[in-house]
Design a protein around this ligand. Structure first.
Ligand code: MEV
Length: 317
C-alpha cells in the first residue's frame, strides 16, 4: 500500500467514569455519529480531500511536531512500529477528527485508534482487538496519565461494552430507549479531574470505600436494567451516579444545569459523562421523547447535542 486508512469513533460512558480508575466496572457506548478517519503514508504525500472535522497531522520519529493534541496518537503509532519490526520508520499521519476535543467523548483515544489502524493498513499488518487496545492505551497514558483503559476499549469497539481492569466484553442490551448527549461547550481536562478524584479518595479512605462500593452497586444494576429492558430504574441509577460524581467533585454548575433541564423536559435520568469539570451530560429518554429533550438541552445552553438509540446498530470501523 502506498497509503493506509483507519477509523475509530467517539464513546460515551453510561456509568462508571472515575470509579473505573479505582477498580469498578464501567459501561460505555460507541458514538458512531462522531467519527475519526486517519490516513498514513510517506511524509508530504498524505492528503485528505473531504474533511469530517478538525485535521491534525504528525510525523513519527520527528522532534519538531510534538504538539500536545497528537502526542498520544504519535506514541501509540511509534510503539506499533516497534512491535512490527519497523522501529524508526518515518510516517506521516493525518487525523481528521469530528469529535470535539476535551469533552469526555474519547477524542484522544479515538485519534490514536484511527492512526494505529491507518499505519497497520499501510504496512499490511493484522491488528487484533487486544493489540489495538494495548497500543491506544499506551497513547492514553501519555495524554491522560493513569487512564483506566475504558476509552481505549470503547473507541474501537463495535458495540456497547462492559469494561473492568483492562478487560472488556459486549454488553447485553434489551432496552429500547435513547441516549441524548449534550455538550456544555466547556473543556474538561481528564488528567486534572482524575488526579483530583485520586487525592480526594486518598484523603478519606473510609468515605472512598463507601463511594466505590455504592458505585459498584449502581453499575451492576445499570447492567441488569439494560439486559432486562427496564428504562425507569436505569434512569434513577443514572441520577444517583451523577450525585456520586458530584460528591467526587467533578460536576460543575453548567453540568448540573443540563441535568436539571433534561429532567424537566421528561428524561428518565441524566448525569455527566466522561471526566467532568466540563464536557458533556448524557440523558436517558423514551425513544419518542429524545428530540424534545435534545431541544430543551439546547435551549438550556448546550452547544451541541447528539441522539443515540440504545439498540442502534454499531458499524465496525
Ligand atoms: C474518561 O473518559 C473516563 C475516566 O474514568 C478516566 C479513565 O477511565 O481513564 C474519567
Amino acid at each position: 500500500n502506498i497509503r493506509g486508512a483507519g477509523r475509530a469513533h467517539a464513546k460515551t460512558i453510561l456509568v462508571g467514569e472515575h470509579t473505573v480508575v479505582h477498580g469498578t466496572p464501567a459501561l460505555a457506548f460507541p458514538l458512531p455519529a462522531l467519527s475519526v478517519r486517519a490516513i498514513a503514508g510517506p511524509v508530504g504525500a498524505v492528503k485528505v480531500n473531504s474533511s469530517v472535522g478538525q485535521q491534525l497531522r504528525f510525523v513519527t520519529e520527528s522532534t519538531s511536531d510534538q504538539t500536545e493534541p497528537m502526542s498520544g496518537p504519535r506514541v501509540a503509532v511509534e510503539e506499533a512500529l516497534r512491535r512490527w519490526g519497523k522501529a524508526g520508520a518515518v510516517v506521516e499521519v493525518v487525523v481528521d477528527c469530528a469529535i470535539p476535543h476535551a469533552r469526555g467523548l474519547g477524542s484522544s483515544a479515538a485519534c490514536a485508534g484511527a492512526a494505529v489502524r491507518a499505519v497497520a493498513d499501510l504496512y499490511g499488518e493484522s491488528l487484533d482487538a487486544t493489540e489495538l487496545y494495548e497500543l491506544v492505551q499506551r497513547g492514553e497514558q501519555v495524554a491522560h496519565g493513569r487512564a483506566s483503559g475504558v476509552d481505549a476499549s470503547a473507541v474501537s469497539a463495535d458495540g456497547p461494552i462492559w469494561f473492568q481492569a483492562g478487560v472488556s466484553r459486549p454488553l447485553t442490551i434489551n432496552l429500547d430507549a435513547a441516549l441524548v448527549i449534550a455538550d456544555t461547550g466547556t473543556y474538561g481536562a481528564t488528567q486534572r479531574a482524575v488526579a483530583a478524584v485520586r487525592r480526594k479518595l486518598e484523603r478519606e479512605p473510609l468515605r472512598a470505600n463507601r463511594l466505590l462500593r455504592r458505585a459498584e452497586e449502581l453499575i451492576g444494576s445499570a447492567a441488569a436494567d439494560l439486559s432486562a429492558g427496564r428504562a425507569e430504574p436505569l434512569g434513577s441509577t443514572l441520577l444517583a451516579f451523577h450525585d456520586l460524581l458530584d460528591e467526587l467533585g467533578v460536576s460543575t454548575p453548567q453540568l448540573d444545569n443540563l441535568v436539571t433541564a433534561a429532567m424537566k423536559a421528561g428524561a428518565l435520568g441524566a448525569k455527566l459523562t466522561g471526566a467532568g469539570h466540563g464536557g458533556c451530560v448524557l440523558a436517558l429518554t423514551e425513544t419518542g421523547d429524545a428530540e424534545r429533550v435534545s431541544a430543551a438541552l439546547r435551549r438550556a445552553g448546550a452547544a451541541q447535542t447528539w441522539i443515540l438509540g440504545t439498540r442502534e446498530p454499531h458499524t465496525t470501523p
